[in-house]
Write a protein that binds this ligand. Structure first.
Ligand code: HEC
Ligand code: HEC
Length: 236
């Protein structure tokens, strides 16, 4: 079985890749089919240790689904992955997103910060209080008071390697990562100075994962600005 045939199962699409023998011997469960993904994203989507391939296990299903659609529709770019999901239907992408969202796996240990306490304090302030002088809302106003995300479509910000955080915020600044319009994260990333990106990533990466690490059901107050893909595209 090559990666593609695992992903699609032995259905009509790629029947030619699946001999009669392997079709009968093959357990066609979603866990088997997403083996094509875990080659990069780590066993069960827990993320590989190098920090380059993001963890997908346990992220809210609507968020994961929106990202798969973003890659498929060209708002995010990673050719090797896009090729795999290009031909898949929305229904199948929903199913894959739901599968990874339901996995409940331990998080990696926090990364000890490598910056001064003053820089860390700036990072904490941005995450929890924002910077009203620069029009930057607190990350916690949308990502949840404990920064563990909000179902169905806002991801948590803890347990992510700081290199990944810096890369994603940088991609939003340059426009190589986009979300459905209005792209609130693009505005926020552009309002952050380069030093702010590093400070907030250092602080977030150094936080311990709370015992209750799951995305919460509802924010305590309305979001400070609208974000595309929230509540419209994203449902479980
Ligand atoms: C060839 C390696 C590779 C394969 C195979 C792959 N991915 Fe990815 N995936 C990546 C990389 C690299 C990124 C991060 C790209 C970026 O920086 O935006 C990513 C990002 C993602 C994201 C966004 C994560 C986030 O937190 O925003 C999701 C969801 C995802 N992949 C799901 C999948 C699924 C489902 C499959 C199987 C159908 C899959 N990937 C197969 C490499 C891969
Ligand atoms: C107005 C609401 C809002 C605020 C405020 C906000 N975010 Fe977000 N953030 C979102 C939404 C919505 C997404 C999902 C975007 C998507 O679907 O790609 C997101 C996604 C992200 C991601 C991608 C996570 C991943 O797994 O790839 C990062 C990183 C991020 N936000 C960092 C921050 C930081 C840092 C702050 C504070 C400086 C912040 N956000 C403030 C709404 C917000």
């Amino acid at each position: 079985m090559n990666r593609l045939s695992v992903l699609f199962g032995c259905g009509v699409l790629i029947a030619s890749l699946c001999g009669a023998q392997s079709a009968s011997a093959f357990e066609d469960s979603i866990a088997q089919r997403v083996l094509a993904c875990t080659g990069c994203h780590g066993k069960e989507g827990r993320a590989a240790s190098d920090g380059y391939y993001p963890r997908i296990a346990g992220k809210p299903a609507g968020y994961l689904y929106n990202q798969l659609v973003n890659f498929r529709d060209g708002r995010r770019h990673y050719l090797l992955m896009t090729q795999l999901i290009d031909p898949l239907s929305n229904a199948y992408l929903q199913e894959i997103a739901g599968y990874f969202a339901d996995l409940d796996l331990p998080y990696p240990s926090p990364q000890p910060a490598t910056v001064t306490p003053a820089v860390l304090a700036r990072g904490e302030a941005l995450a929890l209080r924002g910077d009203s002088t620069r029009g930057i809302p607190a990350c916690a106003q949308c990502h949840g008071p404990a920064l563990t995300g909000v179902v169905p479509a806002i991801p948590g910000l803890l347990g992510l390697p700081r290199d990944y955080l810096v890369a994603q915020l940088g991609a939003w600044k340059t426009g190589s990562r986009r979300a459905a319009s209005p792209d609130c994260m693009a505005d926020i990333a552009r309002a952050l100075a380069p030093d702010d990106v590093s400070a907030v990533a250092q602080w977030l990466g150094a936080q311990a994962i709370p015992t209750q690490a799951k995305a919460i059901a509802q924010l305590p107050a309305a979001m400070p600005k609208p974000c595309g893909g929230i509540a419209t595209e994203a449902q479980r």
